[in-house]
Ligand binder design. Structure first.
Ligand code: 13P
Length: 285
C-alpha cells in the first residue's frame, strides 16, 4: 500500500466519518513509531513535519527515512509539511517528494492569503501533491509560529466559502477555537461554525491543536467534517518524558539503544491511542 496522497485519504475519512491522525514527528525513531502504530491498527496515517524539524534535519535525509518506511508499509501513509509561511521551504519539500504541504499565510490580509495559497496550489497540483491552507488565526505556539491571544480570531464563514471556492485546497484549516500547545481550562470550540464551513465548502477540515481535546470534542468535530487531526505537543512530551522516565528508573543504564527502544514503545502507544480515538482503526483499505 504505502505512500498516498492526503486528498484521497481525507475524502474517504470525511465520507466514512472518521479522522486521519497527523503526528508531528521529530526524527527517525518517532517517524517509525507513528507508521508502526498505524500498521498495528490497520489505519491510514499522516507523518507531519514542522518547518523547524525540516530545517534541523534537511529535506533529503527526512524523505529517505520516509520512503524506506512507507514503501514497506501495509497501510496508506502520507508525509505532510505543517504550517509553512516560506515558499522556498514549500518548493524544496515539493521537489523532494512530500505528498502534501500546508501553506500558512493566515497572518496576511485575506486577499493576500488567498493569492499566496492559490500560488501554492498551482505549484503543487500538477505534481499530484495536496495542499492544506488556513484562515483565521489559531492561538498558541507551533514551533516558530506564535499567535498571541489578542491576535487570535475565528475564521469568517463568508470568507471561508470564498477562499475555498477560489483556492480549492485539498484540506482546509479554519480557526474554530482550538489552540496549539496545552489548553488552560476548557477550550471554547465554535462547533456551529465548523459545521457550516464543512457543509458549505465540502472540503475536509483539519482540526489543529489536537493535544488535550477530549474524546467528546474529537467525536463531535469529526462528525461535523474534520477529517484530519493534528497532534504535536503530546508527541513532544512523550518524546522527552519517555527518555527521562527510563533514565530515572535505570540510572546506571548507559546503553542508548535501550533508551531509544523505550521511547519508541511509548510513542507507538500514544499514537495507537489517538488512532482509536479518531475512529481510523481498520480503515486502511
Ligand atoms: P498541538 O501541538 O496542540 O497538538 O497542535 C498540533 C497542531 O495543530 C500542529 O499544526
Amino acid at each position: 500500500m504505502g505512500l498516498e496522497n492526503i486528498s484521497k485519504m481525507l475524502a474517504k475519512a470525511r465520507q466514512e466519518k472518521y479522522a486521519v491522525g497527523a503526528f508531528n514527528i521529530l526524527d527517525y525513531n518517532s517517524m517509525k513509531a507513528v507508521i508502526a502504530a498505524a500498521e498495528q491498527l490497520n489505519a491510514p496515517v499522516i507523518v507531519q513535519t514542522s518547518v523547524a524539524t525540516v530545517k534541523f534535519w534537511g529535506t533529503k535525509p527526512m524523505i529517505s527515512w520516509f520512503r524506506q518506511l512507507a514503501e514497506s508499509a501495509q497501510v496508506p501513509v502520507a508525509i505532510h509539511l505543517d504550517h509553512c509561511k516560506e515558499l522556498d521551504v514549500i518548493t524544496d519539500c515539493i521537489e523532494q517528494g512530500w505528498t502534501s504541504v500546508m501553506i500558512d499565510a493566515s497572518s496576511k490580509p485575506f486577499e493576500e492569503n488567498l493569492a499566496i495559497s492559490q500560488q501554492v496550489v498551482d505549484m503543487a497540483r500538477p505534481k499530484n501533491i495536496s495542499v492544506e491552507a488556513e484562515l483565521g488565526a489559531i492561538v498558541g505556539v507551533e514551533d516558530d509560529i506564535h499567535v498571541k491571544h489578542q491576535d487570535a480570531h475565528l475564521a469568517d464563514i463568508e470568507q471561508s466559502i470564498r477562499f475555498c471556492e477560489k483556492v480549492r485546497p485539498d484540506c482546509f484549516a479554519p480557526a474554530i477555537g482550538t489552540a496549539h500547545g496545552l489548553y488552560k481550562g476548557q477550550p471554547k470550540i465554535a462547533f456551529e461554525l465548523a459545521e457550516q464551513i464543512a457543509d458549505k465548502t465540502g472540503i475536509p477540515l483539519a482540526l489543529h491543536g489536537g493535544t488535550g481535546l477530549s474524546e467528546e470534542v474529537f467525536a463531535k468535530c469529526i462528525a461535523l467534517g474534520c477529517a484530519k487531526v493534528n497532534i504535536s505537543t503530546q508527541l513532544k512530551h512523550v518524546f522527552i518524558d519517555s527518555f527521562v522516565d527510563y533514565h530515572n528508573s535505570n540510572s546506571r543504564q548507559y546503553n542508548p539503544l535501550k533508551v531509544l527502544g523505550a521511547q519508541y514503545q511509548q510513542l507507538k502507544e500514544m499514537v495507537n491511542e489517538n488512532i482509536k480515538l479518531f475512529g481510523s482503526e481498520g480503515k486502511a483499505n
